[in-house]
Design a protein around this ligand. Structure first.
Ligand SMILES: [Zn+2]
Length: 108
């Protein structure tokens, strides 16, 4: 259903079992990262997936995943997954959401 996403125009957002938001955004690696899925390196320049967590109690963090690992490992664990525009998933908007606990956030 979401094959090929995230891309330049669209991101995905879903919920983890803990009730945290997980935003999946397409990125190009500017340095070497380690993928949490396979513990392998995400090469510089690689088209990959940035996963921003917005924690239920507030706060956030992000990780860099291989595209394939995010599809094979992560996406299946998320519920209420939906597509959003890249504008909605802009980094400053996600960081704003993380400033408040979920109950005090604007509804999406
Ligand atoms: Zn990986």
């Amino acid at each position: 259903m979401y094959e090929g996403l995230p891309d330049k125009r669209s991101s995905l957002v879903g919920l983890t079992d803990e009730g945290d938001e997980a935003w999946l955004i397409r990125g190009i690696a500017r340095k070497l990262y380690r993928c949490p899925g396979c513990h392998g390196e995400v090469d510089i320049g690689a088209d990959h997936v940035i996963v921003h967590y917005v924690r239920r109690l507030g706060g956030g963090d992000h990780h860099h995943w291989h595209r394939r690992c995010s599809e094979e490992i992560l996406v299946g664990e998320l519920r209420s997954l939906r597509k959003v525009s890249a504008a909605e998933s802009a980094r400053h908007r996600i960081e704003d959401r993380a400033r408040k606990p979920a109950g005090r956030r604007r509804r999406r």
